[in-house]
Each structure stands twice: as structure tokens, then as C-alpha cells.
Design a protein around this ligand. Structure first.
Ligand code: ADP
Ligand code: MG
Length: 703
């Protein structure tokens, strides 16, 4: 139903502007104005009880007085009369609504009530609504040509569709896009998302042939689970580039008060983007840098980049950023270099970066670009141009796009020291070459494109289902629940892990020092002993861990000393965990916390006692596919340590992947558990697996 309604919203044959105004400065004036000057192809009906015409078009006192059918109503009247106007729209049989009017949920209390009533009216009359509290919608299709916004800048036609949760930002973005010659297929300001959500638009735009690239400005995810499911599908077909605000803690709070809803935590958002293939831009500027690249150029087939420049410094800046972003400087074939030697000045440096020096002409650029783009070792090229005073930058721009058109390789350009409306810039962008003011921006945009190439090539992976006997695990949680919120007893934690097939270090829970020594001989030396008790959370700090004990006497004396120490400090002691001592290996952490918006978040990182300080972790949203698990493991900074550095044997990453997948299933099953820390999990060499040696499960207040 939403998709039918969206059709009425984006391709209406007729529009009623409810609250159309004759007074400049009013929203109802601007919307009428934009529809007319941008040559809306359908019929417009101004609705205004106090005017016979608006902008020369006959006006009607109410929607019900309009003699013909109305597909879409744009509502701009004040909040106090908006419900009445919407009700009239419903009776008229209007199918789509764009409610610009503010004064709903975003103002709290009475506003929230008003929004609920608005939504009821939409439902009971079968209307689909964008907004309220939004700035309108645009469709640049030649058969529609609808600018139903109050933004001062009409958009150019293009292949990008953009949705924004902030209206004001929408205006600024339409402005900026125009200045850099970026055009749109569709635009939607979502406002309060009372009915039509970002997810609805994603689905609609995925199927829209006019839309090649989807841009989003997000403040919060209304339904994160749906977003994950939908975005995962859409990114296989089209790039989605998103900016999400609320990165900082303070920023998140501002977003809450701004839209009257909860912004999810940023780490969770990062995890969602990584898992769904949504490209995250760090700023509005980057959003457009990337959008321009994606909408104008083909994706690079690989990471090898050639740089052609007329100035050394900017060329090197470009190369530095390319490398920092994970791309490579292409190695040019000797024949490529030789072919350039035939015409290049002797001072030119012809290895990559190709430095044509300041005297470079437009012809030099064309020949150099031809040469590097023909090289099979080159996947993409960035042309860096610092216009000297004398040459005609338009000629250089023309040579660049001419050479680029001859091959289907990715070409981006940077014209330094110019502005976005300089003639060379305009020439490039209008001819399909994304152009940037700085070499780093070009390098970053190319890197974003390459990430998409990699994303499309990566195996999809699948969510495995492990055989777990829930009749064994459920009573453990229920019993723990009965004892109230807080930590789950160690013995129970170990049983849960084992039920999910996670490999734990061989261990026994015992009551006293003598029993510890006996258990140790059953387990086999060397062993570790750990004191157990309700307050013994960080055992290392309390000296409640003794490692590498070689015989029964050592176990007995350590356990006795430990008990004495802890009791002297007033800490209750329940007994000891006697555990196999795991020699060698690397310490990692598997963890879970619950996010207010996204639900459970899985964490993987370099573990051990320093985890809080190093913060080298990756997040994932369950259920994890095997590929998600692998990607999380590979994405931490210290991953090379797991592969083995300086002659060390590589760790068993496959076993860790399996552990993460099992952990993911456990996390989804144990919905009463609020937090899990398996820290550390000691990963052994390839083929030897891993051992969980410390586990902490925390139950939430029962829901
Ligand atoms: P806590 O985190 O409460 O201080 P742990 O059980 O994690 O206590 O132990 C602290 C550290 O001791 C671990 O990070 C690890 O380096 C080491 N350790 C603990 N158990 C073992 C074991 N069974 N084998 C080898 N090392 C261990
Ligand atoms: Mg620990």
C-alpha cells in the first residue's frame, strides 16, 4: 500500500496546495512558486479560502471544492487547522500527502497527540503521508517535473535520489548540489517519519529505474532490523551512501531533542553500515564527493591507481591519501613509460605519479592519460591539475574527459586553487568527470568506490544454525533469573558456553584448597586457579588469579594464601575455579552488549587485561554470517598479530570465526542476558582452536 501511495506522492497527476499563499515569504507561496516556475507537468490546485487565485491560478476554498480528482495534497496550513484539512483530503479521495506543517511529535506532549490523530486519519482514509514537519518532495522526471519544496534552489536533473531527516539541511544540500552541478532524480525530506519511513523509500528507490545512487542523511533508525534487511538487499543493486549525525555522545543527545526520538549509538551504526554495505560518509561534503564519483564514473576494477599531475607536491599529497585509504600506486609497464618519453619534456618524471611539470599543455594531459589508461596494470586514474596563469583550463579539462571517454576505467580529477564554478570544473563535471578542489578529496572518493568494488565481490556468506539443546540451556537462565539480576554464577556461565559448542579450557569448580589440588591432578598440570565469589569480577586486580601452577603443593599453598588474602579484605569466597593453563596463543575478546535501538551488539577485539586501553575492537549485529564474522576479525588494527608477525605461527582464525558464529546464535537465544564478556579467549595456532578462559554473563532486570 505504501508503494502505491508513494507513486501518488512522487508522480502525481494533480496536486492540491493546501494553504497556498499570495504572500512572499510564506511556505504556501514558495511551494506554489516552485511548482509553477519549475514547470510541473500535472495540474495544480491552490486551496485558500481567502483568495480567488494564487499566482494566477484559480484557488478553491477547500480541497472538497476542487472539481477534479487530486492525487497529492501538500499541506502547509498551521498545525491547529492541519487535521481538519487532512480530513478533507481524505474525504476528497486524495491518495498521497506531504505534510510540511510543523508542531507535531517534535514539540512533545500535545504535538505527539496531534501526530497520532494525523496518522489515524491517513490510515482510515487510505492515504500515504510523508512528514509531518518536512520540507517537501521533488521528482525531476521530465514527465513530472515536480518541485514541491520551499527550497530556493531548484535541483538539476540527475540520477541521485536523496532522503534527509533534516529539512534545513535538505535546503543547504540542494544548494550545494546545484553549485557543483550534481543533479537529482528524486528528493524527499522525511520530517517526523510518522508514516513513510526511510526504509519505505529505500525499497521504492531500489526499484526505481531513474535512481542510480541513493543518498541518506540519517539521525536515527526508526526500525533498525528492517533497515539491516532492506539495505543489505538494496546495496547489491545500487550504492547507498549515508551520513549519520550523532557521532559523539553530546551529538547523540542533540539528535534526541531535535527529532523527538532516540538516536542509536554510533558504534552500532558503524556495525550496521559495515554489514549492509552502506557507505558511510563522515561529512556532508564527503557525502557529495562520493555521490559525484558514484553517479558519474564506473567502479574501479581494482586498487591500482595512476596519478597524472603538473606539480609534484599535490601529486604526492594525492598518492599519500590513496595509500592511506588502502589503494595502491599502479606500477606502469615499461612500454607505457617509453611511449610517453617520445613527447614528454626531458624534465618530466614518467614513473607513477606521472609529473608533466608546470609547462604541461592540454595535449600533454590527453596523451599522458591515454597512455596510463591503456596500461593493463592501471585500474583508475586521478588527474591532478594546478592551473598556471597562462593555459586555458577548459582545454585541459576537455583533454581529460576526452581521454577518459576512450576507456571504461575510473577517472577523477582535481583542479587545485580553483572554485567549483570555475570553467574547467564545470566542463569536467558536465562531461562526466567528478572533480574536486583538493587531491585528498579525489583520493577518498576513489577509495569509497573501491570499497564498493570489494563489497560487490565479497562472498555473501550465510547464517549457520548450530544444533543446541535448548532444553538444557533454558533452565540455566531461568534459575539464574530466579536469583535476580546481576552476574550469572561461573559454573552456569561455563555450562552455557559448552551447550553452544564454544570451547572452554578444561576446568572444575571446587570448594577449598584441598579439593583444588585434587582437581588439578585430574585436569593435568600446569593449572591456573581463580577465586570465585560474587564480588570477584576483576580478578587480576584482586590477586585472585594464579597462573602456571606446576604441582599439587603449589595449588594448595596458592589457594590457601588467596583465600586468606580475600577474606582479610572482607570479600566473600565461594570456592575456586581450577583450570587448565593454556600456554602460548593470543588473547582476544568476544563480547555482547545491548544497544537501546539496535538490540544486541557483538564485539570482537584484541583481548586480555589491556582491552579497555587499546580499544581495538569491531562490532557486529547478530545474526552474523560466516563472512560477517571473518570481516569483524580482519577489521581490527592488530589483525596482523593473529596472522603471525616476526616468524610467529598464524592463529586459528577459522576456529575463531566459528566461535563468533556460535556466539551470535547464543546471544540471540539468551535474550534475558544483558552483557557477556569472554575475556580472554586464547587463540592457539592454526588447527588447534581456542580456549575460553574467563566468562562473565550479566542478567538484566527481568523484563
Ligand atoms: P580477570 O579478567 O578477572 O582479571 P582472567 O580469568 O581473565 O581474570 O585472568 C586474567 C589473565 O590471566 C588473563 O587475561 C590471561 O592472560 C591469564 N589467564 C587466565 N586464565 C588462563 C588460563 N587458563 N591459561 C592461561 N592464561 C590464563
Ligand atoms: Mg578476564
Amino acid at each position: 500500500m505504501v508503494s502505491d501511495g508513494l507513486d501518488a506522492i512522487f508522480s502525481p497527476r494533480s496536486i492540491a496546495v493546501v494553504g497556498a499563499s499570495r504572500h512572499r515569504g510564506k511556505v504556501g507561496y514558495a511551494i506554489m512558486h516552485n511548482l509553477i516556475v519549475n514547470e510541473y507537468q500535472g495540474t495544480v490546485y491552490p486551496v485558500n479560502p481567502n483568495a480567488t487565485s494564487v499566482h494566477g491560478v484559480r484557488a478553491y476554498p477547500t480541497v472538497l471544492d476542487i472539481p477534479d480528482p487530486v492525487d497529492l495534497a501538500i499541506v502547509t496550513v498551521p498545525a491547529e487547522v492541519a487535521l481538519e484539512a487532512v480530513e478533507a483530503c481524505g474525504r476528497k479521495g486524495v491518495r498521497g500527502l506531504v505534510v510540511i506543517t510543523a508542531g507535531f511529535r517534535e514539540i512533545g506532549g500535545p504535538g505527539a497527540e496531534r501526530e497520532a490523530k494525523l496518522l489515524d486519519l491517513c490510515r482510515s482514509h487510505g492515504m500515504t503521508m510523508v512528514g509531518p514537519n518536512c520540507m517537501g518532495v521533488i521528482n525531476t522526471h521530465p514527465e513530472v517535473r515536480m518541485d514541491a519544496t520551499f527550497a530556493p534552489t531548484p535541483p538539476l536533473r540527475g540520477t541521485i535520489s536523496f532522503m534527509t531527516q533534516s529539512g534545513a539541511l535538505g535546503v543547504a544540500i540542494l544548494d550545494h548540489a546545484r553549485s557543483i552541478n550534481v543533479g537529482f532524480a528524486k528528493f524527499c525530506s522525511l520530517g517526523n517519519k510518522a508514516q513513510v519511513s526511510g526504509n519505505d523509500l529505500l525499497e521504492a528507490w531500489a526499484a526505481d529505474p531513474e535512481t542510480k545512487t541513493i543518498l541518506m542523511y540519517i539521525e536515527n533508525f526508526g526500525n533498525p532490523k528492517n533497515f539491516v534487511r532492506i539495505a543489505r538487499e538494496v546495496t547489491k543493486r545500487k550504492p547507498i551512501i549515508a551520513v549519520k549525525s550523532g557521532r559523539s555522545e553530546a551529538g547523540s543527545r542533540a539528535a534526541v531533542s531535535h527529532t523527538g526520538s532516540l538516536g542509536g549509538s554510533d558504534l552500532a551504526a558503524d556495525a550496521v553500515f559495515a554489514q549492509t554495505g552502506v557507505q558511510r560518509a563522515n561529512s556532508i561534503e564527503e557525502l557529495f564527493d562520493d555521490a559525484m564519483a558514484f553517479s558519474l564514473q564506473p567502479l574501479p576494477r581494482g586498487p591500482r591507481v595512476a596519478v597524472v599531475t603538473d606539480a609534484g607536491g599535490p601529486g604526492i599529497m594525492c598518492v599519500d591519501e590513496l595509500v592511506a585509504q588502502g589503494l595502491q600506486l599502479a606500477e606502469l609497464a615499461p612500454s607505457t613509460v617509453d611511449s610517453m618519453r617520445a613527447w614528454a619534456p626531458p624534465e618530466a618524471a614518467l614513473a607513477n605519479p606521472v609529473d608533466l611539470i608546470a609547462s604541461a599543455t592540454a595535449e600533454d594531459y590527453e596523451r599522458a592519460m591515454d597512455a596510463v589508461l591503456a596500461d593493463p596494470g592501471v585500474d583508475a586514474c586521478i588527474a591532478v591539475y594546478v592551473p598556471p596563469v597562462v593555459t586555458d583550463e577548459v582545454l585541459v579539462a576537455r583533454s581529460i574527459w576526452t581521454a577518459a571517454k576512450r576507456r571504461d576505467k575510473t577517472v577523477l580529477c582535481t583542479f587545485l586553487g580553483r572554485s567549483e564554478d570555475s570553467p574547467g570544473f564545470v566542463e569536467l563535471v558536465q562531461n562526466g568527470i567528478p572533480s574536486y578542489l583538493f587531491p585528498e578529496s579525489a583520493a577518498r572518493a576513489l577509495a569509497a568506490m573501491h570499497r564498493r568494488t570489494m563489497y560487490l565481490a565479497r562472498p555473501e556468506g550465510s547464517v549457520k544454525r548450530f544444533d543446541v539443546d535448548r532444553s538444557r540451556t533454558e533452565p540455566i537462565v531461568t534459575e539464574a533469573r530466579g536469583r535476580g539480576p546481576g552476574r550469572v554464577a561461573d559454573a552456569d556461565a561455563w555450562r552455557l558456553l559448552e551447550a553452544y559448542g564454544l570451547r572452554t579450557a578444561r576446568a572444575e569448580v571446587v570448594r577449598d584448597a584441598k579439593a583444588a589440588a585434587n582437581a588439578a591432578s585430574r585436569i593435568g598440570f600446569p593449572v591456573v586457579i581463580k577465586a570465585l565469589g560474587p564480588d570477584l569480577v576483576h580478578k587480576t586486580e584482586l590477586k585472585a588469579v594464579a597462573l602456571d601452577l606446576r604441582d599439587g603443593a603449589a595449588v594448595r599453598s596458592e589457594a590457601t594464601a588467596m583465600a586468606r588474602r580475600l577474606t582479610a579484605r572482607g570479600l566473600a569466597l565461594d570456592g575456586f575455579l581450577v583450570q587448565e593453563f593454556v600456554r602460548g596463543g593470543k588473547e582476544v575478546i568476544l563480547g555482547m552488549t545491548r544497544d537501546k535501538v539496535f538490540g544486541p551488539l557483538i564485539l570482537f577485539g584484541l583481548g586480555g587485561v589491556y582491552v579497555e586501553y587499546l580499544k581495538d575492537v569491531a562490532f557486529g549485529i547478530p545474526p552474523l554470517t560466516d563472512e560477517d564474522a571473518r570481516r569483524m576479525i580482519r577489521s581490527i588494527r592488530t589483525y596482523p598479530l593473529l596472522e603471525g608477525v616476526r616468524g610467529e605461527a598464524p592463529s586459528d582464525v577459522e576456529a575463531l570465526t566459528d566461535a563468533l558464529e556460535r556466539f551470535s546464535q547464543m546471544v540471540l537465544d539468551l535474550d534475558g542476558v544483558d552483557e557477556i564478556d569472554l575475556n580472554p579467549v586464547i587463540v592457539l595456532g592454526k588447527g588447534e582452536g581456542y580456549r575460553v578462559v574467563d566468562a562473565r554473563f550479566v542478567l538484566g532486570p527481568s523484563a
